[in-house]
Design a protein around this ligand. Structure first.
Ligand code: NAD
Ligand code: GDD
Length: 346
């Protein structure tokens, strides 16, 4: 039986990956700081642990796994990454995780290691025109990512490639472009634009107004998680190490994304553009290389993924409202109860 270690299994993409690997017949160990928030994972073994701690890394990486997927990172959307206040933690936590894993995977003779880099490593100077961003793999240098998160991703790509050159570690590197879907972070400050728009539209009345950061003309492309994993699995089986973009080429403005979500929800909305962390002006995946090397590229329309994600987030919003209501009524009961107790004690 093939064995896999998924680092960051309690997260969004890691959780989906565990399910996929189990369906493919792998024995899977997951490791994360936390359990998955939204789903029960079918792992064969799940370790709660901090991968910045080398003793944890040594413990979970105790055998020459056939495949290791390194997805663990201190990360979030624009609200978490581009305000500046999490820069030191993001660089330190993710950097140490990758330093630990690269070394230990080499020592243990891991057969293949996947590293999830990000489109945030591309230079800001190529992403100033929202209608014509350049994110071909060979446009990475001279390096000038616009965030510390992007710099750490670039450093760690290079780290794994150096372990490949010097120690023969078989690595695969992909640059994900904004991946979204069900069972991902949708509130709390780390959510990315697709989840944020779904939540805002789910919470607003028909005809109401939602807030969108920036002028809303900034552009991105968004990839549904199933296609992301299809790309990852194909890369793992290919005779090609990357780095390669795994993203959609269907670019849309953020106001356009909000309107698309509203259409899916069957609601009319108004958009109020407000100041907020923005990141680059435009970003889109360039899929020439993935087509050439894997003979495949993501092709599903954005709308399809947004439909699934909106319905899931709408359910989460309803559940949260019901919980708040229940908590309020429990609180009232308890306070009425303690009041009558006090009264009877008088
Ligand atoms: P996520 O935040 O849902 O998952 C990351 C997981 O790593 C979390 O569950 C977190 O608890 C875990 N983690 C963080 N620090 C850890 C530590 N010290 N020890 C153990 N676990 C730790 O994020 P995701 O969207 O699933 O992203 C997975 C990977 O893909 C990340 O490396 C991310 O940078 C990369 N990526 C994601 C996107 C995207 O749009 N989702 C885009 C580009 C790159
Ligand atoms: N998150 C969020 N929430 N973004 C919003 C909102 C909101 O309410 N309103 C508007 N936006 C805008 C942001 O200002 C940004 O310009 C754009 O939507 C996209 O934001 P995100 O989806 O949060 O992040 P990103 O695309 O800039 O970067 C993400 O993608 C990278 C890969 O492409 C990051 O999440 C990285 O983690 C990831 O590596």
């Amino acid at each position: 039986m093939r064995t896999a270690l998924v680092c960051g299994a309690g997260g969004f993409i890691g959780g989906h990956l565990v399910k996929r690997l189990k369906k493919e017949g792998f024995w899977v160990r997951g490791v994360d700081l936390k359990q998955h928030e939204y789903t029960q994972l079918p792992t064969d073994d799940f370790v709660i642990g901090d991968l910045t701690d080398i003793s944890v890394v040594n413990k979970v990486l105790d055998q020459p796994f056939d495949e290791l997927y390194q997805l663990a990172a201190d990360m979030g959307g624009a609200g978490y990454l581009f305000g500046g206040e999490n820069d030191a933690n993001v660089m330190h936590n993710s950097g140490v995780i990758n330093l630990n894993i690269a070394k230990r995977a080499t020592e243990m003779g891991v057969k293949k290691l996947f590293y999830s880099s990000s489109a945030c490593m591309y230079p800001a100077y190529n992403q100033e025109d929202p209608d014509n961003p350049k994110c071909a793999e060979n446009s990475a240098y001279p390096a000038a990512p616009d965030s510390e998160y992007g710099w750490e991703k670039l450093f760690s790509e290079r780290l794994y490639c150096a372990f490949h050159r010097n120690y023969g570690l078989n690595v695969k590197v992909a640059r994900f472009h904004n991946v979204f879907g069900i069972e991902g972070t949708w509130n709390g400050g780390k959510e990315k634009a697709p989840a944020a728009m779904c939540r805002k539209v789910a919470e607003v009345e028909d005809g109401g107004t939602i807030e969108v950061w920036g002028d809303g003309l900034q552009t991105r492309s968004f990839l549904y998680v199933d296609e992301c994993l299809e790309g990852v699995r194909r890369l793992m089986d290919a005779d090609f190490m990357g780095p390669v973009n795994i993203g959609s080429e269907e670019m849309i403005s953020i106001n356009g994304l909000a309107q698309l979500v509203a259409e899916v929800a069957g609601k009319k909305i108004h958009i109020k553009n407000i100041p907020g962390p923005m990141g680059v002006r435009g970003r889109n995946s360039d899929n020439a290389l993935i087509k050439e090397k894997l003979g495949w590229a993501p092709s599903k329309p954005l709308r399809e993924g947004i439909e699934k994600t909106y319905y899931w987030i709408n359910e989460q919003v309803k559940l949260q409202k019901a919980e708040v209501k229940l908590n309020k009524s429990l609180y009232n009961e308890v306070s009425i109860g303690s009041c009558s107790l006090q009264d009877s004690c008088r």
